[in-house]
Design a protein around this ligand. Structure first.
Ligand code: SAM
Length: 393
């Protein structure tokens, strides 16, 4: 019965796939299979209303292994994305979103964010580099280490802001804070970082003390939604890898808020993963990795900017840099897999492993991209007229 359900499903796929069922029966669907699904045990009764979610869950619970490259797997998923979509109204996602109250309040946002980022600084430090940057690095040469590339990213991103000594800078979604420290010490600006992660907040507090940066750096455990233009007005804003948490419905609110706390002519550098399909949802990722997350398209972002008087100065894709960053993270993760399994269990180990590898392949294949948008609020006639400065040290 289960086998027949899977069989009907697999027959719809384009592209070859071989399946070794739990009773050792082998079936090949289409020619030249690059991927083999090898069942290790018989799965429970399943529904394939949301195939990606169900099959993803069976994989992390070790009902089957996948043989073949991750790129071939991602190609197969992408070619068949309509077949892998939820077939009916996605009641699971509706329930999940209601339970977590996505978009409803700071507490709910915090719950989503802390589920991911508060797995422990010890966990993230196993596979991030020592700067604890958790976003796309920037590889200036093929031999750059991850550490060097993360330093390059911070430098490249800060340059885009054209910072002047004494200015006030806001970092929305400041992570573990490395960019705050670099901006304050290198450019002499006053920096405010906001995050919803308790662990990140405590880490930054400690670092401010250790580095004696009380006068220049402030961190707040708060959401961008709480920024108040009466109290908070900044010359520049930067946000790296946070916009993906905003959710599609709240994009206008995010733009409105950022435009209200940025001075006229101020510069905003928005760095975000971008997708190809408006409204695209990935229920497995939303369930396990980024609850409440949404990947916007370039078109969605560009379309909404004029409504808040944001002018586009520069747009840059860093897609291949993110593929490489994720490959580094994934290799580091693999090195520590025994430790991770011991602490979090095997399902977790497989979940984060496939997340890192799957994302690396998706960037490489161009199913997702990453862009830095440099914007000014209204007209800015002081910003450099060419971008040569970006490539000078
Ligand atoms: C992928 S991390 C990126 C961190 C950092 N910018 C970096 O490059 O390493 C996303 C960050 O966004 C923060 N974040 C998510 N939702 C937020 C919200 N509503 N308000 C403020 N920060 C938020 C998280 O706490 C986390 O620090």
């Amino acid at each position: 019965m289960k086998k027949e359900l899977l069989d009907v499903f697999l027959k719809k796929l384009q592209g070859g796939i071989r399946v070794v069922y739990w009773d050792n029966e082998e079936r090949t669907y289409n020619n030249n299979p690059k991927i083999t699904i090898r069942f290790l045990k018989e799965p429970p009764l399943i529904s394939l209303d949301d195939p990606l979610l169900t099959l993803g869950d069976l994989y992390i619970e070790e009902y089957f292994d996948i043989e073949g490259t991750i790129e071939d797997l991602m190609e197969l998923l992408e070619t068949n994305k309509n077949i892998f979509r939820p077939q009916k109204k996605n009641t699971f996602m509706t329930t999940l979103n209601t339970t977590l109250g996505i978009g409803k309040s700071k507490e709910k946002d915090m719950k989503n964010i802390q589920k991911h980022y508060d797995l422990g600084n010890d966990f993230f430090s196993l596979w991030l580099d020592s700067s604890m940057c958790y976003s796309c690095a920037y590889f200036k040469t093929p031999t750059d280490s991850l550490e060097q590339a993360q330093r390059n990213k911070i430098s490249h991103s800060l340059k885009k802001l054209n910072l002047q000594k004494g200015e006030k800078l806001l970092d929305i979604g400041c992570g573990w804070g490395e960019l705050l420290f670099e901006a304050a010490t290198k450019y002499g600006v006053y920096v405010t970082g906001i995050t919803l992660s308790q662990e990140q907040f405590s880490h930054i507090k400690e670092q401010i003390e250790l580095r004696n940066l009380f006068e220049k750096v402030e961190v707040r455990l708060e959401s961008y939604e709480e920024l108040d233009p009466k109290k908070d007005l900044f010359d520049k804003i930067i946000s790296i890898g946070m916009f993906e948490h905003v959710g599609q419905k709240r994009i206008p609110g995010f733009m409105k808020k950022t435009s209200s706390v940025l001075k006229r002519s101020g510069i905003f550098m928005l760095h975000t993963i971008t997708g190809l399909e408006e409204g695209g949802q990935h229920s497995w990722m939303n369930k396990h990795i980024f609850p409440g997350g949404y990947i916007p398209t370039v078109r969605e972002i560009i379309n909404i900017l004029p409504d808040y008087d944001f002018r586009v100065l520069h747009v840059e894709s860093l897609r291949r840099h993110y593929a490489r960053t994720l490959e580094y993270w994934s290799k580091n993760y693999e090195t520590h897999k025994d430790e991770i399994e011991k602490k979090f269990g095997r399902t977790f180990l497989r979940m984060w492993d496939i997340y890192l590898k799957g994302c690396a392949a998706s960037f490489k294949l161009g199913f997702i991209d990453i862009h830095q948008f440099t914007l000014s609020l209204g007209i800015n006639n002081d910003y450099p007229e060419t971008f040569e400065f970006l490539y000078k040290d």
